[in-house]
Ligand binder design. Structure first.
Ligand SMILES: C[S@@+](CC[C@H](N)C(=O)[O-])C[C@H]1O[C@@H](n2cnc3c(N)ncnc32)[C@H](O)[C@@H]1O
Length: 286
């Protein structure tokens, strides 16, 4: 009789397979997908390493492995990704939240700390809602609004806001600031699409072939949406309000210049957890 496919054996097999295919974190991914196929937390795998998988469990794991081999992001396969300590639902309708973007939240909270008790925040290009939901949860007394062009993405954000208890968050469909015309905010955050169109084909297949093009494409030079956010933010910022923008690494000088040219003051560049310049922020004169 052939050796049974136990948890330990199947995880080892998948790890070797992912490793041979050049995936970045083969063991972690093999374990995360196995835990998902079995419907248990990852830690449980280690409690029953010698348990054989049932035929159904094996079939579910095989299906996940096949999709991962085709480079579908793990977050889409398991339907979630952690951001700022909370688990967000994600699928192919939204960009997978990145740890880099936690720097955007850090800057937004730090630069508005003196108004922690009351304020109005706006997150444009909200996607999964990871930034807006986090700000709403970290600043429970603020009124938080978010806008998004894609109705499909907005459905995901709505689900996240509901599940994660961001009850003060208002989610509006539309182009950048159009849904909030005439209103004022002490804080505006944005992680706009910023990849130049010419670079999209050079991205990892995980990103290029699976994440929404609308979430990636920043037009010919990458600044198409960023340029508009900087030019239009002043129309909704309260005096001394803060604009915090995520940028593509390597573009901080250009974005800083654009903010200054648009009359922003106290412009700062902040690095993400990997040391790359990731956030540019400034204060609207008042
Ligand atoms: C880079 S993703 C960021 C998503 C999320 N904020 C995050 O940090 O993970 C950019 C998002 O902006 C949306 N978007 C693109 N153009 C837009 C526009 N003109 N107005 C509003 N949202 C837009 C895309 O659909 C996408 O969800």
């Amino acid at each position: 009789m052939s050796e049974p496919w136990t948890i330990a054996r199947v995880a080892r097999w998948a790890t070797d397979d992912f490793c041979a295919r050049g995936l970045d974190s083969p063991r972690l991914e093999a374990e995360v997908l196995l835990a998902h196929a079995l419907g248990v937390p990852r830690i449980n795998l280690f409690l029953e390493l010698e348990r054989p998988l049932s035929a159904d469990e094996l079939a579910r794991y095989r299906a996940l492995i096949t999709r991962r081999r085709a480079r579908e992001p793990v977050a889409y396969l398991i339907g979630e990704r952690e951001f700022y300590g909370r688990s967000f639902r994600v699928d192919a309708r939204v960009l997978v939240p990145r740890p880099d973007t936690e720097a955007l939240v850090d800057v937004a909270l730090r630069r508005t700390a003196s108004r922690a008790l009351y304020g109005r925040a706006l997150d444009v290009c909200t996607g999964s809602g990871c930034v807006a939901v986090t700000i709403a949860r970290e600043r429970p007394t603020w009124r938080v609004t978010a806008t998004e062009l894609s109705a499909d993405a907005l459905d995901v954000a709505r689900d996240n806001a509901h599940r994660l208890g961001a009850h003060t968050l208002a989610l509006l469909e539309g182009d950048l600031f159009a849904p909030v015309a005439g209103r004022r905010f002490e804080l505006v955050t944005a992680n706009p699409p910023y990849i130049p169109d010419t670079e999209i084909d050079t991205l990892d297949a995980d990103v290029r072939d699976f994440e929404p093009r609308l979430a990636l494409s920043g037009g010919a030079d990458g600044f198409q949406v960023t340029r508009r956010v900087i030019a239009e933010a002043g129309e909704v910022l309260a005096p001394r309000g803060v604009l915090a923008l995520e940028i593509m690494a390597g573009t901080s000088a250009e974005v800083t210049e654009r903010l200054r040219a648009a009359r922003f003051e106290d412009v700062e560049v902040t690095r993400d957890h990997t040391g790359l310049e990731r956030v540019v922020s400034g204060v609207w004169p008042g």
